[in-house]
Design a protein around this ligand. Structure first.
Ligand code: PNS
Length: 161
């Protein structure tokens, strides 16, 4: 990302949903390059394995020319340092998000001076969407197709069988 203005969009993406997609699309208009980074998050018990989360993210963002997909393990600031990204871009849905994101932004900047976090206020039409609730609805047999890209809905449908 050396001579271009790049941003990273980190997250668990378990699975990537329409709110994430909206965020990545908007980030891709603000930066020359956007690297979506799926986190290992070994503390959680993910529905999708890391490679599947990354593959679904790749398929869902195929239409955005300047987006690349990667994965990371460990500290986000290390991934930020390694990629040379100018900014970390996250979505902001609510006051709850704000408190968590503000704290992480400050701790990340303390660990890596110059690591700037940009919080993009979520578009209203996708504000309510969360991966946690998508997994819950899916686990309870509900239809999640209106919350996720088509490729994700198809993958989740396949997992039922
Ligand atoms: O999609 P999520 O679960 O909101 O993503 C959170 C994520 C993965 C971006 C965050 O947990 C993270 O940055 N994890 C990497 C570990 C790390 O750097 N922890 C210290 C944060 S101050």
């Amino acid at each position: 990302m050396s001579d271009l203005r790049g941003a990273i969009c980190p997250g668990t993406f378990d699975p990537i949903h329409l709110g994430h997609l909206d965020l990545v699309e908007r980030a891709s208009r603000l930066f020359d390059r956007v690297l979506l980074l799926a986190a290992v998050q070994s503390g959680k018990d993910p529905l999708f394995e890391l490679a599947e989360r990354a593959e679904l993210a790749r398929a869902a963002t195929e239409h955005i020319e300047n987006v690349e997909i990667g994965t990371f393990d460990g500290l986000l600031v290390e991934a930020a340092r390694n990629t040379g990204a100018a900014a970390i871009v996250k979505g902001l849905r609510s006051v709850d998000d704000f408190e968590r994101e503000q704290q992480m932004a400050m701790m990340n900047r303390q660990m890596l001076p110059g690591a700037e976090t940009i919080l993009l206020v979520t578009s209203p039409h996708v504000q309510y969407i969360s991966s946690t609730l998508i997994r819950e609805i899916w686990t309870l047999g509900g239809d999640v197709s209106q919350f996720v890209p088509k490729v994700v809905a198809e993958a989740m449908e396949r997992m039922r069988h």
